[in-house]
Design a binder for this molecule. Sequence first.
Ligand code: AMP
Length: 293
Amino acid sequence: MRIVRTVTELRAALEPHRSGGIGFVPTMGALHEGHLSLLRAAAVENPTVVLSIFVNPTQFGEAADLDAYPRTEEADVELAASAGAHVVFAPSAAEMYPAGFATTISVGGAVTATLEGAVRGRSHFDGVATVVATLLLAVQPDRAYFGAKDAQQVVVVRRMVTDLRIPVAIVTCPTSREADGLARSSRNARLSAEERQLAAIVPRSLRAAQDAFASGIRDAHRLTALVREGLAEAGLDDEYVEIVDADTLDPLTDVTRPALLALAVRVGTVRLIDNVVLDPAVDDRTAVERSGA
Ligand code: AMP
């Protein structure tokens, strides 16, 4: 496996492998089982797999969050190799944003205005879209793999790839969860033992709403209220709990088509996000359990 730091090196490393098919997994590092599940999916479908590790400063609102973001490159490289990566692209900020860099990709409309966009501001998704576009153009993969945990990010990336006709297939992989259902996240490492226990209420609350949905409740307000109550009982304040159309992210009052139940909550100083799909055509009650396996 090769580690490359510049786009020039990356392109040279990939040149001999273009015809076989390239799979790409963009990450901010501090790899966990969720990232590895993306790498494994990429390795099944592509003879060459590229992982990028770049903590993108432009998508962080709070300097403290950026500073506290875990950086574990040495361990990441070993894990990436074991999960099937052939090339790790780990550029510096100066390589990604050289002097004079002045371009922003800004995806407009509801997909960036709601949920994370409403709380973190549009600049968050400007940062995401710009870095993902830059990475896609650097790697030029056949397929790029994203996690359903960041469901809004996938919708935004799909919108951008469609609008700009970037020739890549976007593949969404299921959320990887701990045994108690907590979605794996690099930020979980910053939870104290007590906060980690408390965080289990997040998937439990989502599960309660899934159960209510499966029993026939379609009223979005009732379903989100259930989640909020679960969080509040544990003393957790949500930043948002919302039900939106799974494709357009428009708010729904009744879940009569595939929807996303998405939330953000702070546990101590750590901000967690999670979501589940509510699909009237599919009983998805076991999703949290299944992916925890
Ligand atoms: P990050 O390093 O947090 O930017 O995440 C890199 C990629 O891994 C994104 O596509 C995430 O959605 C995905 N990812 C992060 N956590 C998980 C998880 N628990 N399950 C599946 N994918 C994940």
